[in-house]
Ligand binder design. Structure first.
Ligand code: BGC
Length: 746
């Protein structure tokens, strides 16, 4: 038998039965085979032994070292014995082919392996970190970046990425805020959708597409005190309104897999939380792909204190709807006995296996298990000029200009620049956290890229990025005085963001602020470029520098992107997708706050919702960002006084470029529901559009508002709109004050 059985089944069944479509895709135009079922899966389930079925629920990391792939004997034996059906952290066409050959040629049924990897913001060509990507407010370009990532990864033998990360976050202490799309469910949903479309394309069987994995389900972005892996607790209403929409948007876009998060929700670890994994995900949302645990998530339920041991944890997780065990080894070791003893039903196991095999079938792996491993494609599609051009464009679009006093930017081409700061000459930090298989070779530091535009460049690091010490200050000051402008590149080391990188301070680490003070004392004009992965407290820095450009970690082409923006070859167009507080004491702070019973309206009044020592407003609000021109907005105009169920209203505003350079504005639509059966946010983003205007040019931007944009989880936990008055704001950030009103009649 061996592989022959599989292929016999494949050929016969596909030929005779064809494929049946179980239900329409969420986005049928794009989702050609995203929810087809495959007869081969049923046939396999009939002939698989219990051990073979369990093997399909097992996912292990490969051994990987810096000199190249090496295979750990244990895993190879597991694959060969049919005890491990999925591998992650193995890539390159050659390596995946070698492992796949073992699965296909040496196991009884020859079921192909699924290869997964964290392709988070690029695979070889690295795009900005995801918080930066979301600041572009450009779903089309984001989709394109995900498509490029998918192509590069697929050509290296990968089938599956652990992305998009859909965790809404208002907690800058948490290092993983860098991996998400910021604080807002509406923007987060647009980004999630774009990424799934980019990875999966219109057809999963296409050798240039890969399956997406929506993570970390759910609410991983709300750990208490911002400490990674910490407890999450919030009301179901809050969860559904502010945290679930991006995961749902990704599922609706056809995402094939979902990763359970490390945290608990309502007292139960997400890994075994049937309410999340089965009731919401499958029963409410109709998700028909498979759920994978996070890394050792099953095992960690023993530490959570809700499972007595790994066996107990494995039983709970599978029964709750967690189909695949990443790296705990619990399913492999304990499920057989659990099934034999009736603690896990055969039906439950079969369902999990069916879901996993179906995703493999949708990827076309039963037709050709090696179709993704192609040396030729790997060479041809990796880091192409086109990929790099997109990386440059997205890096430029993701940078946010926070301050530009006296229009100090853009700098004059050929002018002299003193480049100062510990991150100025680092190519490595530009790639950020979770950089896939991205390599630093050929990546230009900001210093090197500036040198290509400036007449003279002087450079001094000044200090270490995180360690104490002011030895370099004198040299930095001397260097600063030599040029007409100083560009300081400060921030966080890139490994201070991402997983297990929580901080209790959101100030610049080390002595960097002191260095900035020293340079500012020279009176030289200062442009501050920031590389960081979370909202920082910039209250001092924003006063000391004349201009501030938030560049996040901008990726492979980040050096060039920053230099192009500084010298005006490109204009900044990014807008914050997350609020920057004045200090950590304001956290959590987000634009969609509620009014409270004592809103702060009477400046100076005591018994109002405010601080004694700090304004309520953030330093930089959500949606904010400058460019090299200015825009004005006309008052919004509505098409009517209101509408009812099934109807709609359009809201328009005229936006004019009032400056002297061409520029891109992100026009944002916010709504406020004035009366609800439960409290409503002061503003809700419900639309946005990037608009590029020449000097003096005006454009009318139009948004359509339907019942959907007004809907929320009402008092009785049904989802829908309520009758009443709504305010409409159209503006360039979330601080908009001018509004018009309409009435919704139900
Ligand atoms: C992370 C996931 C990641 C997984 C596999 C975990 O530690 O939380 O985001 O996908 O590792 O690398």
């Amino acid at each position: 038998m061996k592989r022959s059985l599989l292929f016999l089944l494949t050929v016969l069944l596909l030929a005779s039965c064809g494929r049946s479509s179980v239900k329409p895709a969420a986005d049928p135009a794009r989702a050609a085979n995203f929810n087809k079922s495959y007869p081969i899966v049923d046939s396999l389930l009939k002939v698989m032994t219990l051990e073979e079925k369990i093997g399909q629920t097992v996912l292990y990391t490969s051994d990987w070292d810096v000199t190249g792939p090496s295979i750990r004997a244990g895993y190879v034996d597991d694959i060969r014995a049919g005890k491990c059906g999925n591998i992650f952290n193995a890539y390159t066409a050659d390596y995946t082919r070698r492992l796949q050959e073992i699965a296909v040629n040496e196991t009884r049924l020859g079921i192909p392996l699924l290869f997964g990897y964290d392709v988070i913001h690029g695979f070889r060509t690295i795009f900005p970190i995801n918080l930066g990507i979301s600041a572009s407010w450009d779903p089309e370009l984001i989709e394109q970046s995900a498509r490029i990532a998918a192509r590069e990864a697929a050509a290296a033998g990968l089938h599956w990425t652990y992305s998009p990360m859909c965790d809404i976050c208002v907690e800058p202490r948490w290092g993983r805020i860098s991996e998400g799309a910021g604080e807002d469910a509406f923007l987060g949903s647009a980004v999630a959708r774009a990424m799934v479309h980019g990875y999966q394309g219109a057809d999963l069987e296409d050798t240039l597409t890969i399956a997406a994995c929506v993570k970390h389900f759910a609410a991983y972005g709300a750990p208490h005190a911002g400490r990674d892996y910490n407890t999450v607790d919030m009301s179901e209403r809050w969860l559904r309104e502010f945290y679930l929409p991006p995961y749902k948007a990704a599922v609706d876009a056809g995402a094939q897999t979902v990763m359970a998060s490390f945290n608990e929700y309502d007292g139960t670890p997400a890994t075994a939380n049937a309410h999340l994994l089965t009731e919401i995900l499958r029963d409410e949302w109709g998700f028909d792909g498979f759920v994978v645990s996070d890394y050792t998530g099953v095992m960690e339920m023993v530490n959570h204190g809700t499972s007595a041991d790994l066996s107990d944890a494995s039983i709970q997780a599978l029964n709750a709807g967690n189909d695949m065990d990443m790296q705990s080894g619990g399913y492999s070791e304990f499920l057989k006995k659990a099934v034999e003893e009736g603690k896990v039903s055969r039906k439950t196991l079969d369902e999990a296996v069916r879901r996993i095999l179906t995703v493999k079938a949708r990827l076309g792996l039963f037709e050709d298990p090696f179709k993704y491993c192609s040396r030729e494609r790997e060479a041809a599609l990796t880091k192409t000029d086109e990929n790099l051009a997109t990386a440059l464009e997205l890096a430029q679009e993701s940078c946010v200009l926070l301050k530009n006093h006296h229009d100090i930017l853009p700098l004059r081409q050929g002018s002299s620049v003193a480049v100062i700061g510990p991150l100025a000459n680092s190519a490595d930090d530009l790639l950020g956290t979770w950089r896939g298989a991205g390599q630093v070779d050929g990546v230009k530091s900001i210093l090197d890229a500036i040198a290509e535009h400036a007449g003279h460049v002087y450079y001094a690091p000044g200090c270490d990025v995180s360690k104490p010490g002011q030895k370099g200050f004198d040299e930095a000051e001397y260097t600063a005085r030599r040029a007409s402008t100083v560009v300081m590149v400060l921030g966080e080391p890139c490994d201070w963001t991402g997983e297990a990188a929580s901080r209790t301070s959101i100030k610049l680490p080390g002595e960097q602020t002191e260095l900035l003070k020293r340079i500012a004392a020279t009176g030289q004009p200062i442009v501050l470029v920031l590389l960081n992965g979370r909202p920082l407290d910039l209250s001092e820095e924003s006063l000391l520098a004349d201009a501030v450009l938030e560049a996040w970690y901008p990726g492979t082409m980040g050096g060039e992107a920053v230099a192009n923006l500084l010298f005006g070859e490109a204009s900044p167009s990014g807008r914050l997708s997350v609020t920057f507080p004045r200090n950590l004491g304001q956290v959590p702070i987000y634009y969609g706050a509620k009014n409270t019973g004592r809103p702060y309206v009477n400046i100076g009044a005591k018994y109002e919702s405010r601080y004694l020592d700090c304004p309520n407003e953030p330093l930089y609000p959500f949606g904010y960002g400058l460019t090299y021109t200015t825009f004005s907005y006309g008052k919004p105009v509505l098409s009517s006084d209101g509408f009812g169920p099934g109807g709609s209203i359009t809201a328009r505003a005229t936006v004019t470029n009032t400056g002297s350079r061409s520029g891109t504005e992100v026009v944002q639509l916010y709504l406020r529901d004035m009366l609800g059966s439960v409290t409503r946010p002061l503003k809700m983003l419900r639309g946005f559009e990037r608009v590029t205007l020449e000097p003096g040019e005006s454009r009318e931007v139009e948004f359509t508002i339907t019942e959907k944009e007004l809907s929320f989880w009402r008092k009785d936990m049904t989802f829908g709109a309520e009758a009443g008055e709504f305010r409409v704001f159209i503006a360039g950030d979330s601080c908009a004050e001018d509004f018009v009103t309409f009435t919704y009649n139900d």
